[in-house]
Design a protein around this ligand. Structure first.
Ligand SMILES: C[S@@+](CC[C@H](N)C(=O)[O-])C[C@H]1O[C@@H](n2cnc3c(N)ncnc32)[C@H](O)[C@@H]1O
Length: 434
């Protein structure tokens, strides 16, 4: 029997979907996506996927267990046309699903629950708050009919979408009693689900700002490091290399993913800092088996120190250029890129030597905003192909259910851009294979 799960992605939903697909593919877990949108994904699996998988992923915010579904037409009729019969049908769907039965079994006399609406269907998006209140009131009424008191979590008026954040779900303790209801509206189908896992930002934050050595400007967020590790097919026991390791953020996440790691940096302070950070991680997360080595050296000649065909995967972010105070002009951005290019090209050649056959290289290149509003990026395609690498396109047709019309725009995606509003230089993330 096929099992379905519902996933709520982070802001960069395509990157989250690519991470999920790579994570499952690397573990040979067959899945097919039935619905993909920036709001949620619905996938089915041949075998059980543990809720704790969320801790292995950097890009998934919530995992839900779908318990019922209905045609979105009914939801449109209920809320766009205000059709009473359609409203009654939705109430009936909710009343008869296992969520109510579970809540009735729960110990406390008064149940506290939450409802979040994720809407991928444009016509209903402006009505999300009304729909959220309808679902909440329906559950409350149904529970009252069985003599169970309840209260559902409200939102501040200025909240754009009626969705509980992962922090709220954690703080209000809604996961264990399955007390968050997800109402996820797709273009054709609407799913009713309960949250079975949420991303724990406090753990990632601890590794970001709790480690002994930090660098504010150059550091990569642990969540992004985790996403890149998964894109690299890094599974337990594999050897991961980060030859521009800085203070070791990628290496930390790889150790938690049970990989063996080797780091390198040209700056002796970074070598020591990364070593101390990994020792800290080993203690803090009780990882007596953690296998790591940090070398001092130049990534442009790393094959000498590391040896040929040693690494299963390379995940790295080389120098992205100077910290800029203002958005640069296009010519200045191009100058920055030209100056960095020899470092990247020298590294790419060495990466090919050091990687095992079929090994993946997940590489960040700079993505520079400019005053002309045209971003400047690094041209590496020719160098990559000339060296012998192939580009990996993360989305394949076989990831999707047969009845899903996979947009060409998705299968054509060759890299991902990750940039925050306030930053001038962002990251372009590429996946290559030897
Ligand atoms: C953007 S930082 C990497 C940040 C790292 N991911 C982290 O979170 O700490 C780039 C690092 O590359 C190092 N580096 C620059 N040129 C290098 C080279 N030729 N070989 C090895 N490391 C180099 C720098 O010292 C710096 O620590």
């Amino acid at each position: 029997m096929q099992l379905q799960l519902l996933f709520i992605p982070g802001k960069n939903w395509r990157l989250s979907l690519a991470e999920l697909a790579s994570f499952l593919e690397a573990r040979r877990k067959k899945f097919s996506a039935h619905l993909i949108s920036r709001d949620f994904f619905v996938c089915s699996f041949d075998e059980k996927i543990n809720a704790s998988t969320i801790d292995d992923l950097g890009g998934i915010i919530k995992i839900g267990n779908p318990v019922a579904n209905l045609p979105t037409e009914t939801v449109q009729s209920a809320f766009l046309q205000k059709n009473r019969e359609a409203q009654a049908q939705i109430a009936q769907n909710i009343a008869s699903c296992s969520i109510i039965a579970k809540m009735l079994e729960a110990k406390p006399d008064k149940i506290f629950f939450g409802v979040s609406v994720y809407c991928a269907e444009k016509s209903l998006r402006p009505l999300s708050k009304i729909i959220q209140r309808f679902i909440g009131s329906t559950i409350k009424r149904e529970l009252a009919a069985h003599n169970k008191k309840s209260k559902f979590m409200g939102f501040a008026k200025d909240r754009k979408q009626p969705q509980l954040s992962h922090v709220e779900v954690l703080k209000k303790n809604l996961v264990e009693p399955q007390a968050e209801v997800l109402f996820c509206i797709g273009e054709e189908q609407t799913w009713i689900a309960t949250t079975i896992a949420v991303h724990n930002p406090f753990e990632f934050q601890k590794r970001d700002i709790g480690k002994p050595n930090q660098r504010k400007i150059f550091a990569m967020p642990p969540r992004l490091s985790r996403i890149m590790i998964n894109l690299a097919f890094c599974t337990p026991g594999k050897l991961l290399l980060d030859p521009f390791c800085g203070v070791g953020t990628v290496l930390q996440e790889a150790l938690l993913a049970k990989a063996k790691v080797v780091g390198m940096d040209i700056n002796p302070w970074c070598v020591k800092a990364a070593e101390e950070n990994l020792e800290w991680l080993k203690r803090e997360y009780n990882l007596p088996e953690a296998d790591f080595r940090i070398l001092h050296g130049d990534a442009r000649s790393m094959a000498q120190k590391i040896g040929w065909e040693q690494a299963d995967c390379i995940v790295t972010e080389p120098d992205l250029g100077p910290a800029l105070r203002h958005i640069p002009t296009e010519p200045y951005a191009l100058k920055i890129i030209r100056k960095l290019q020899p470092l990247y090209f020298g590294f790419i050649e060495e990466a090919y030597k050091v990687l095992k056959k079929s090994g993946r290289l997940v590489l960040v290149t700079p993505y520079i905003k400019t005053r002309s509003e045209r971003a400047v990026t690094m041209e590496i395609e020719e160098k990559i192909l000339e060296t012998g690498f192939q580009r990996v396109y993360p989305f394949k047709k076989e990831h999707f259910a047969e009845d899903v019309k996979v947009p060409d725009a998705l299968t054509a995606i060759a890299s991902f851009v990750d940039i925050e509003e306030r930053h001038k230089i962002g990251r372009e993330i590429h996946i290559f294979q030897k």
